[in-house]
Design a protein around this ligand. Structure first.
Ligand code: ZN
Length: 421
């Protein structure tokens, strides 16, 4: 076993990820610390643009695909509404919406032709109901044309759209195995300028927990509805440099038909070393002074050997599939992920990547999230050597996060269940 962290005499720190083997060097004097400042001079928000800043904003709901589900909050309750019709989209205030991705990574055709997969009765019923109203039909017709144009399919401009074209596109749209969870706000509620984006860390801890629960439910449903889904990837790209189409908070949930090479290696290693994640996660981080915060059910620490500086959250007392965790365990996980985002700030582009135990895997695997700060650009050196150069080492990530968390806790902006280390 290679030592995950080595400090050289000149101050260079060599990292090797103890799970993946990824090599990262942090070189002294290579500057570029994350500033946390907006990338441009803030501009005032035009009140006329309220709820219409991007296609994920609530005022432009017909630019996104027919909704699968929404979370509505009122009278102290959170309700999950399914299959809202086009005419009713504005009748309730959704805090989070679940929609199919308009341009999915793996299409319905992929699943249908490669695996013989058929849409579930529930998704067929939702499609029939949605298309049964004039606004629903108009909405799906417009989206069908967009999808056909993007693929170069003939007939996209024909008036009216041919019935078989509408039917084919609607099947793919309603049977999507790539979904998006969108949060309500583009900017924080009292924002006056465009630097005041609403990110994961500006949600309340309760809202963030509902966001995580809603995402876990979407993941669970994808596994349930598609027996060929071996893994459901969950991730969040925040800001354009991190791959986001819009600077509007959202997560993606994508079913794939393989575990992927890295997960397969993890499963093999876990058979021989069942405590691998605890040992090389929280325990190793503690020996190196990298633990940032804890809750009763999870731990957050500065990650070792990630391509970008990273904060990592592990559930510490549950090793089943994410939907098998108790409400308290999910809350403990969510509170730390939320705190890590709050400590990062909304102006640092980031990827939040989840790792979890899929139903087909019989070894225990805790739910983990890696929050990567996309503050450097990978280039030819990395491509040629598979060695990643970072400008900020794990201890600096730790120190920055802890300092921010203390301030956030003092201001009451993170959960009081979070114990800062
Ligand atoms: Zn928006």
């Amino acid at each position: 076993m290679i030592e995950p962290l080595t400090r050289l005499p000149d101050g260079t720190i060599k990292q090797v990820n103890p799970i993946t083997g990824t090599k990262v060097w942090t070189l002294p004097g290579r500057g570029a610390r994350p500033s946390g400042l907006p990338g441009h001079h803030p501009l005032p928000i035009d009140p006329d643009d309220h709820d219409r800043h991007c296609a994920f904003c609530w005022g432009r709901m017909l630019e996104t695909t027919p909704e699968i589900a929404r979370l509505v909050h009122g009278d102290g309750r959170w309700d999950d509404l399914r299959g809202v019709l086009a005419e009713d989209l504005g009748r309730t205030d959704a805090q989070f919406r679940l929609i199919p991705n308009l341009f999915e990574i793996l299409s319905y055709d992929y699943w249908h032709l490669a695996h013989g997969w058929e849409p579930t009765a529930e998704s067929r019923a939702r499609r029939t109901a949605y298309l049964s109203t004039p606004a629903g039909r108009e909405h799906v017709t417009a989206l069908a044309r967009i999808r056909m144009r993007a693929r170069g399919t003939a007939g996209a401009a024909v008036e009216p759209l041919a019935e078989h074209d509408l039917e084919r596109e609607a099947v793919g749209l309603f049977a999507g195995n790539h979904q998006v969870v969108i949060a309500r706000r583009h900017y924080v509620d009292d924002a006056t300028d465009d630097s005041q984006l609403a990110g994961s860390g500006t949600l309340t801890p309760e809202e963030h927990c509902k966001y995580i629960e809603f995402t876990i439910r979407a993941m669970h449903d994808l596994y349930r509805d598609n027996e060929c889904a071996r893994y459901v990837s969950v991730f969040q790209n925040w800001l354009e440099p991190a791959g986001a189409s819009f600077n509007h908070l959202h997560k993606q949930v994508v079913a794939i038909d393989e575990l992927g090479a890295q997960k397969e290696r993890e499963v093999e290693r876990l058979r021989a070393e069942p405590d691998m994640f605890a040992r090389w996660g929280a325990e190793y981080a503690a020996t190196q002074g990298l633990v940032v915060a804890r809750t009763e059910h999870a731990v957050a620490f500065a990650g070792v050997g990630h391509r970008y500086p990273a904060l990592v959250v592990h559930v510490t007392d549950g090793e089943g599939c994410p939907w098998e965790l108790t409400e308290d365990q999910v809350r403990g996980f969510s509170d730390l992920v939320h705190a890590c985002h709050a400590a990062t700030g909304v102006h640092i582009p980031s990827n939040e990547e989840w790792h979890h135990r899929p139903p087909s895997v019989d070894v225990p695997m805790p739910l983990r999230a890696v929050l990567k700060w996309r503050i450097s650009t990978l280039a030819g050196f990395e491509g040629g050597t598979q060695i990643y150069v970072n400008t900020i080492d794990p201890w600096a990530v730790h120190d920055r996060a802890v300092a921010q968390l203390r301030q956030l806790a003092a201001d009451g902006l993170i959960s009081d269940r979070v114990e800062i280390v």
